[in-house]
Design a protein around this ligand. Sequence first.
Ligand SMILES: Cc1cc2nc3c(=O)[nH]c(=O)nc-3n(C[C@H](O)[C@H](O)[C@H](O)COP(=O)(O)OP(=O)(O)OC[C@H]3O[C@@H](n4cnc5c(N)ncnc54)[C@H](O)[C@@H]3O)c2cc1C
Length: 402
Amino acid sequence: MGQAVVVGAGVGGLAAAGALARNGWRVTLLEQGDRLRADPAALLIWPNGVRALRSLGLADGLDSIATAVPQGGVRRSDGSWLVQPGAAAALSPRVSPVVVHREDLHDALIARLTATLDVRTGITVTQVRTAPGERPAVTDGRSSWEADLVIGADGVQSAVRRAIAPEAAVVSSGYAAWRAVIPWYRAPMLGPDVTLGAEILGGEYRFVAASLGDRGSAGASSRGGIYWQATVAGAARPEAPATQLALLRRWFERWPAPVSELLAATEPGDLVQHDGREISPVLTEFGLAAGTGGVILAGDAAHGMAHHLAQGACLAFEDVATLVTLANGTQPGDGLRAAVHAYSRARVPRSAAVARQTRRVGAVLAPRGRLGTRARDAAFGVLSTRVLDRARGEAVNWFPPK
Ligand SMILES: Cc1cc2nc3c(=O)[nH]c(=O)nc-3n(C[C@H](O)[C@H](O)[C@H](O)COP(=O)(O)OP(=O)(O)OC[C@H]3O[C@@H](n4cnc5c(N)ncnc54)[C@H](O)[C@@H]3O)c2cc1C
């Protein structure tokens, strides 16, 4: 096997570095942060993501930290139902996700890194070098690392991407999002009629919550509680977290349970804010064959998109599962260069399809203005469940390559 440099230790980079090292590659993992760290929020992992993790041999780790999310239906912000939970289950019985605490997932991925893997933190890659006949290399301006395969898993603002798609821009997706996990000891008691897992939609606002384990117990995880995510049209807020929380409480005032209960139980330090960004235009290549192998992109570096379908991390796991299947057993040289092309051919159409569905779902879940909201609500009974169902169905319809 060859030598790989992975740039970025988010979920995509950790999964890639661990999988390649377990398959005999010599791997260096470069991360700009001072340590390997995840947000204190949570992630939904859809069946396609679970399949990808399973094919990477990571399903056991997932089983012990994941909780199934019930199909909660869709409500309006006045509490009325757009899609009853039962109706949603009848429409798409197979597409429920599981939810995991991001720190648990990070720990599970780190636990599967091998002792041979060289992890370097505090390294910000600034440039990628590719030249005919030379192995690709990355540099932080002081040192450089050469390998047969460079994997850019350095997120939506990827420095590695400039080597493959210098024309790609990062643009606002038009939304900001806040997430938090309220630990069980602070979580409010919710009435029996309150369904976690329901999407609650207002004009330009959206809220969803899920339970990480049972109250008082999170299975093998010590990070149980209630996870919530709020999406708001517009840009991220520059104010201090306490002011952001006050704004959230005002924006979501009078929304049905459990929204105000969860916001009341949230502390400013729980908040994780995101400025929604996406890559535009979508890339037509995720790889560049060079030297004895090449450079490839994985995760948000390749296909950063709005979070309406909650598929970004799942796609990153698909990328890694595909890469490992294609690259395994190949030798540096023609074989590995062919694997770089094959990776791009497999992953570009797949992620473009999910990005397309994400835009469709964005129009349904987060329409702009009062007219847009009315049109969405009017259409929900007939059309929008189909749009949502088709989008989720297409997104989860992925199986690891043999
Ligand atoms: C509000 C919200 C909710 C979401 N919910 C879900 C969900 O439920 N399910 C789901 O599947 N997805 C979800 N996503 C998407 C998901 O969070 C991302 O797609 C996923 O985290 C991308 O992982 P990544 O490893 O590709 O990138 P990142 O997580 O961005 O990691 C990139 C890593 O690279 C490092 N890095 C960056 N630049 C450099 C450099 N130059 N040199 C060295 N290191 C560098 C960074 O420090 C970081 O550690 C959500 C996104 C948002 C915004």
